[in-house]
Write a protein that binds this ligand. Sequence first.
Ligand code: SAM
Length: 468
Amino acid sequence: MKGFVPTPPSIVDHMVAKLFEKKIPEPEDTILDPGCGRGAFIDGIIRWCEKNNTKIPRITGIDSDPKHIALACEKYSKFPSIQIRREDFLLQVHEKFKFIIGNPPYVSITGLTEMEKNVYRTLFHSATGRFDLYFLFFEQALNSLEKEGTLVFITPEKYLSVKSASQLRIILSRYCINEIDLVHEQSFGNLVTYPAVTTITHKKPDAPTAIIFRDGCTKSVRLPKDGTSAFPVIYGKTEKKSGHCNLGDLCLRVSCGVATGADAVYIHNKSEIPSALRKYAFPTITGRDLSINSSKVQSELEMIVPYEASGKLIPENQLGALKTFLSAPENRIRLLKRTCVAKKPWYAFHENPPLAQIQQRKILCKDITETPFFRIDYSGEIVPSHSVYYIIPKNPDHLEKIHEYLNSHEVRVWLESNCQRAANGFFRLQSTILKQIPVPFSILENEWLSCQKVTSLHVPEQPGEVAG
Ligand SMILES: C[S@@+](CC[C@H](N)C(=O)[O-])C[C@H]1O[C@@H](n2cnc3c(N)ncnc32)[C@H](O)[C@@H]1O
């Protein structure tokens, strides 16, 4: 069963209302629900038709999972205008539909077989880099949409910013993206982070896109057409002010901390870590351990890291005592349950941690915070967990000046007007936004010439870089 995440009825109704906002469906109109599962959207369309005294139009639900198909076929057997088909939506050429609505599967490239990856790369322009199945569903659905037809999809908002979705953004830029509704984070419980409902009309883009933010604010934007990230126009202002460079220009890394994918196995109180595992244990810190009221950067926690300093996973036969620990039934079961590392060795982290780089003096901040603030890890020993971002200047002498500037009123105001907001109104300090913080050369005093030199240095792409 690939990527089954049922859509709650409240979200379904919200999306169906958007689908029919501009045009009420006629009985002869056709609607497609690709990846229909057990029919959450078909149920929603039926509810909408009943409420609006409208005859149910012709609906086609497609899913590749026989269990869902069996349930859906039975459920809609008494509806002559509803057809349920067991098909692979990505491998068929389809007729055109007037309306398309759905919640496509979210399956990252690590959840696909080599053969699937190769087939998709041949068939889809959007199958580039570390693509996700929902990129392909977008592309395929747009190919199946009639001229002037409407599509409404709910997906993670990540497609708006990640590098691997740049081809998808180019494809989308040829259509009229009417609206991106950044719906509540808890729409799917903890299953889908930062969902977005995107409404598209099959016509030339002739108007700006309305953005609805999670705090209810709205904004009208022109999305980039060249595949670059849409986050700067949605969430921020990117113009480089004269006399400034961006934080990203000055830093070796502005990255999210280490995602183990199983913190319960890898993160423990220092006192609980047996001496045989000490050589794998590094002090760590979570967002909760950083306090605006204290400059101290400390925690009782340590992270057990099965990686070499270079970021290479230690081979299983060289793990020694760590293998015994990880193989204990309660740990092994937890590790094997992780879908995020499905195609990696069973004890690997979500991303390879660039340990040697992380272990130096660095600036830390919480990923989600009521008030943005920054702290220095003077020990250089901390391996931050995934709820902490870390910032490593290219020039270690800039550490304190950059830290002082990041805690200034100017930066706080900039972050508060540029960061995305979580549902509770807190700020999300993503690396894409942090990298854009404008830094005046003057804060580096007479060192801005050296900053120019540093900026022009080629820094190779780092392992473990996390977008967003
Ligand atoms: C996120 S679920 C959504 C289910 C349902 N539409 C809902 O909203 O409750 C995605 C669905 O896509 C189906 N799916 C995954 N890959 C597919 C493919 N290649 N072709 C058709 N359906 C697929 C899964 O079986 C799953 O039911």
